[in-house]
Write a protein that binds this ligand. Structure first.
Ligand SMILES: [Cu+2]
Length: 351
């Protein structure tokens, strides 16, 4: 390996330095240009169980699946991890401040999860940030066929849903299962179960050896589990709050984003109508705390408090729901002022 793992004491002594640590133990300075994730991935040894599974021709997916999937409905997804050019500020304008965003280049090669038709027949949509919605009901089994088309091992690791240890999608050094280290051009099938009590708004993301770098390059997406028979909102929005760091993008500054874009007019413009039941599914997936604030509206939290601004941290996820009663052109945004003014804002239009 071409890097020196550091012990906890040295790690804690490095408080002043800016760097990311990968799950595989690499320490990567964030102030020395764009990080080359595939080059770093080349330094990581394939874990023994992954190598063994590979040598035996990979997992015998069909027979394993029969054993893993309990009775009950299944929801099957085909999802690949791919690279694609991604423009963070396509309009080059900030509509909140009615000003130009004079950053020059705002496009870089992001990672994204991409949905495919059955058996990876054809892509259903481009790779995106966030990735495709995975949706199920309590009692369902979710089967995700995951193919890695990137030049670094990555995974899918879900929150909230029930899964057996080997379906964790997480790199654990020498204890890594094949689902925790999906190599380039390999496919792994994850089986996750919507047990009683798993209902909610969740997320999934990469948790492979290069974690958090692939996550910071865009490998995350929403996961929603509903109670069977639960009334559906009329309108639903899925919002990921996250940042693009210059060490990840190779661009000039940091962008505070909603769904991969920065500044109103680039971030999602949400629309609803008075009288509709509206749900916002929100998660955060970076190193910061954010808030979710919608102008002109308020909602009741599970603990009974009425609020119009909700704080959340890394990998927190939640649903805000209310009946729309206030027409107009509104902002929704993170209320950390620095984030708000560096892109984390958008329009909510109610007619
Ligand atoms: Cu924020």
């Amino acid at each position: 390996m071409g890097f020196d793992p550091i012990d906890r004491r040295s790690f804690l002594g490095m408080g002043g330095m800016a760097f990311f640590c990968t799950l595989a133990g690499q320490q990567i300075p964030t102030d020395q240009g764009q990080i080359d994730v595939s080059a770093l991935a080349g330094q990581v040894k394939v874990p023994p169980r992954v190598e063994a599974a590979d040598a035996s021709g990979g997992r015998a997916v069909s027979s394993d699946l029969a054993a893993l999937v309990s009775a009950g409905p299944t929801r099957e997804y085909w999802i690949a991890a791919e690279e694609r050019p991604w423009n963070i500020v396509p309009t080059h304008r900030d509509q909140m401040m009615a000003a130009a965003v004079k950053d020059g280049k705002t496009t870089f090669d992001a990672y994204g999860y991409r949905p495919y038709s059955a058996n990876f027949g054809h892509p259903i949509a481009p790779a995106s940030v966030p990735g495709p919605l995975i949706e199920a009901e309590v009692g369902d089994t979710v089967i995700v066929h995951f193919r890695n088309k990137l030049k670094a091992p990555v995974t899918m690791h879900p929150h909230g849903i029930f899964y057996a240890n080997e379906m964790d999608g997480t790199y654990k050094g020498k204890w890594t299962d094949p689902g925790g280290f999906v190599q380039t051009d390999r496919t792994f099938t994850y089986v996750w179960e919507c047990h009683e009590g798993t209902e909610g708004t969740w997320l999934y993301h990469d948790h492979g050896p290069m974690d958090p770098l692939p996550v910071f390059k865009g490998l995350h997406g929403p996961l929603v589990i509903r109670k069977p028979g639960e009334a559906r909102p009329n309108t639903e929005f899925f919002l990921a709050f996250h940042t693009w760091d210059p060490s990840i993008t190779g661009l000039k500054g940091i962008y505070y984003c909603i769904n991969g874009k920065a500044y109103a007019g680039n971030t999602p413009t949400l629309e609803s109508k008075v009288g509709q039941r509206v749900a916002f599914h929100v998660y955060g997936v970076d190193n910061f705390f954010h808030t979710f604030h919608v102008h002109g509206h308020r909602w009741t939290e599970p603990d009974g408090r009425i609020v119009d601004n909700k704080s959340f941290g890394p990998a927190d996820s939640f649903r805000v729901e209310f009946t729309e009663d206030n027409p107009g052109r509104w902002f929704y945004h993170c209320h950390v002022f620095q984030h708000l003014h560096q892109g984390m804002n958008g329009w909510y239009l109610v007619s």
